[in-house]
Write a protein that binds this ligand. Sequence first.
Ligand SMILES: [Fe+2]
Ligand SMILES: [Fe+2]
Length: 257
Amino acid sequence: MSARLDLRGWSRALQPTLPDPDRLPQGLGPQVRAAAIATWRARMINEHGSAPVFEALAQQAAAAGLDATARELAGFAHEERHHGALCGAVVEALGGEAVATIEAPTPVPGHDEVAPIEALARNVISVCCMSETIAVALIDAERLQMPQGPLRTLLTAILADEVGHARAGWRLLASLCEGERPALDADARVRLWAYADVALEHQRAHQHAHLPLASRPPAAAAAWGLCDGASARTLCDDTIAHVIVPGLAARLGPAPR
Ligand SMILES: [Fe+2]
Ligand SMILES: [Fe+2]
């Protein structure tokens, strides 16, 4: 079932001052403006949609007896809603409206076939260690291509939170694997690797679907956050190979053969 997401009230108060795309040469302005509105509206939906995911993880952490973690994850849900409003603010600043039709969120898997702590670890691996870690790489690359100014400041604020979301997951996973009697024993860690293999393929396909190869904006469009789809895909794959897989191995132990 679809619903209407309307962040106009919140987003209009947060609008950054942006360069005017109509000043671009060769009549590129309307095309860049339309692409930027579509991009930031998609981000608005995506960021806002991350809030219920963290709420579900917070409930899972509470059920596993990790109250401080549950509070931290609930705080991330607030940050994701704020990110949604910030992305909507860019839509508004470009002359669009911070409204969208959204689909009902996909429920976060309960993984009831394993113990609550292992179920939580699966979702933390998928959300924080994979999705948020890739988000950090993509956002930082985009930010570094952007000239100094209000949009780069806005993206820097979002990036700081995403770094927190990724690090919290990596920290939690490490803490569950530490000590003489770790919360995740050797058998659980082997099962988590099997889960991670499947989740990584899903993650790669999901990210690539949102990074179309046909997206080849002019270099000047980086000022509005538009980036090259092929480069972003390469960065995503490199992050999986050189950050996520080694990060999992450092915590779970080497991948079973
Ligand atoms: Fe976010
Ligand atoms: Fe996030």
